[in-house]
Write a protein that binds this ligand. Sequence first.
Ligand code: FUB
Length: 323
Amino acid sequence: MSDKPLITSMYTADPSAHAFEGKIYVYPSHDRETDIQFNDNGDQYDMADYHVFSMDSITGPVTDHGVALKMEDIPWVSKQLWAPDAATKNGKYYLYFPARDKEGIFRIGVAVSDVPHGPFKPEPTPIAGSFTIDPASFVDDDGEAYLYFGGLWGGQLQCWETGTFDASKSGPQEPSGDVPALLPRVGRLTDDMLNFADDVKELSIVDAEGKPIMADDHDRRFFEAAWMHKYNGKYYFSYSTGDTHYIVYATGDSPLGPFTYQGRILEPVVGWTTHHSIVEFQDKWYLFYHDSSLSGGVSHLRSVKAREIVYDAEGKISLAGSS
Ligand code: FUB
């Protein structure tokens, strides 16, 4: 497979890829130019709509299905349509997306369509009990659906340590020292996919000795870009380490964890952010990710790419052709 961007007609990032109806559908962020000052709060990531893309084959042409959802149509949103994901259940398609509400607090919304490419009709309010960014949906083989989410710094996860929003912790800050790292969150979804079925929980990530990954362990602690997939009966939770720029993963026996850290999938790419998804299509597995090479390294102008991944006999992941 080539290392070229899949889409060159616009900047796209945070690709959530799914095999729906015999095709690959990609649900990315739609990056755009902005004159907003760059900062570590991510204000320059000022996206206003989503396009959906599909491919009949991993090397085939990419179809742009046009605007699937835009900010003006979502009553509760003030700005920043960040990394989305999609799911299907009960014959319908659901687009989950984070955005700032009118108070500037990130919440997660859901929008519904009869077809995988949309357009999607947004619910009038964010999902009750939702907060922070980067929703990743996962429908298990038994039909139970889950939403994983969370993101540090601009993503505001550190503002929710006490359970209510603490604005004084906004911006590029997080716990440090001899304390466990902040954890991503998971919520079980109701059968209609529009609400959390019960309280959102922390998703435990531990090392090989069963000890929590610590706050100062920036090579391994969760930062953002949650993703869940299942391979050979095991649950794989993968994520970005943010300021150390790795995509890493942990495995477990339940979609609710605990998860044991396993290793890296992707080394740092051109640009600050790294964000991915993992999907099986036509008996092969692919990592969708982004980098900023097409824009010459501008961190908020990214492009989606794909690489094949393989598993060894123990279920460890590596990029195809890398070992
Ligand atoms: O695209 C905006 C933000 O950048 C995403 O929500 C993060 O995961 C990072 O990729």
